[in-house]
Design a binder for this molecule. Structure first.
Ligand SMILES: O=C(O)CCC(=O)C(=O)O
Length: 351
């Protein structure tokens, strides 16, 4: 066979590219990252593990979880995902019952608390242990919106070995945060790009007060990751805060009894326009007849949006929301209140 040299070079280049892509790249871990350095080097660009973001907080001290969470709320019901016989089911049980099984997980059968309501029922826990540092929280553009549109953005994550989240992109393409308080987890991430067709993606409603599109993939990055997709990875231990840029796919697996808090925010350089686009995309499909006010124009692609421009865009977006979105958000809150009351009632009976 006559093989041309440029053909050989192309094959060599492809092999090199594949081997680089097959080998996951490490997410940088930075001790004592400053907000300015984060914004300059990582926000909207690359994931980073911020080690030491929580140095002086009592929630990282030995015994805090037992004293502040397990003892007072052991009899309260929590929402968890149970995996068995190849399927996941959303279930609920008393926290103490869940924890009594946490070391019994196997590869084939595990359970994982992924509860969006628990921390909202107990805001005092978040005063002691904010899911993200205050200086980052201050950057959240959602603060510009009326409270009825604010998403539930504090998830309690608690699971034993083998338990894992699904590969997904966070709602609103926001900047995701994942703070580990106890134990260890392994996280893999994929940058946004043209590789979604490798991941078997399902698109649903995100289920927030202000609806948006949610992306979840059938692919599992810990069980034969898809070929030709660039993967980044990090191992998080107690006190580590992972910051996930806008639009990055991610999935985590717990390596032992691991408690973490996940949250998110919309920052000027990571997702302000993309959050708008996700909300508009959802409503355009589901409520094509709703009337919007004047939407902001999209920023030029790949520009670094200054804070005042991002703020202007987000404000105009909020002001343009249709009446139907306002009513839907109010209905959503009424239902969430009912759910919280029913939890409180069940707590009273059980005590
Ligand atoms: O730690 C995990 O299981 C991942 C959680 C997560 O990505 C999320 O809640 O958005």
């Amino acid at each position: 066979m006559d093989v041309k040299p440029d053909h050989c070079l192309r094959i060599l280049f492809r092999l090199l590219q594949d081997s680089l892509w097959l080998r996951p790249r490490s997410v940088p871990t930075i001790d004592n990252l400053t907000l300015a350095a984060y914004q300059e080097q990582y926000e909207g660009q690359l994931p980073v593990v911020w080690r030491g973001a929580y140095q002086n907080l009592s929630c990282l001290e030995d015994g805090w979880i037992e004293k502040a969470v397990m003892k007072p709320f052991g009899k309260e019901r929590v929402v968890f995902v149970g995996f068995g016989k190849g399927e996941e089911r959303v279930m609920s049980a008393k926290l103490e019952t869940f924890l009594s099984h946490i070391n019994k997980n196997t590869q084939e059968a595990w359970s994982y608390i992924q509860d969006d309501h628990f921390l909202r029922r107990h805001p005092e826990l978040m005063w002691e242990c904010p899911p993200m540092p205050a200086e980052l929280q201050k950057e959240d553009l959602f603060a510009l919106a009326p409270a009825r549109f604010a998403p539930q953005n504090a998830t309690l994550l608690w699971g034993g070995r083998f338990s894992r989240s699904r590969l997904h992109v966070d709602n609103y393409n926001w900047t995701g945060t994942n703070l580990v308080l106890r134990g260890e987890k392994f996280v893999r991430l994929i940058p946004p790009g043209g590789h979604d067709h490798h991941l078997k993606v399902t698109i649903r409603s995100c289920g927030s007060a202000l609806e948006c599109v949610n992306y979840e993939a059938a692919a599992d990055l810990f069980e034969g990751a898809p070929q030709g997709v660039p993967i980044w990875e990090a191992k998080l231990t107690s006190g580590d805060l992972l910051l996930i840029p806008s639009g990055w796919w991610h999935q985590a697996v717990n390596l032992g009894n691991t408690l973490a808090l996940a949250s998110g925010l919309i920052t000027p350089q990571s997702g302000s326009w993309s959050a708008v686009a996700e909300v508009v995309k959802y409503h355009h499909k589901v409520h094509p007849n709703w009337t919007w006010g004047r939407l902001p124009s999209p920023p030029a692609p790949k520009t670094k949006l200054p804070k005042d421009e991002a703020t202007r865009i987000f404000r105009r977006f909020i002001n343009s929301l249709p009446d139907g979105a306002v009513k839907a958000a109010e209905k959503w809150h009424a239902e969430a209140r009912k759910l919280r009351r029913s939890h409180r009632r069940s707590r009273k009976v059980e005590l």
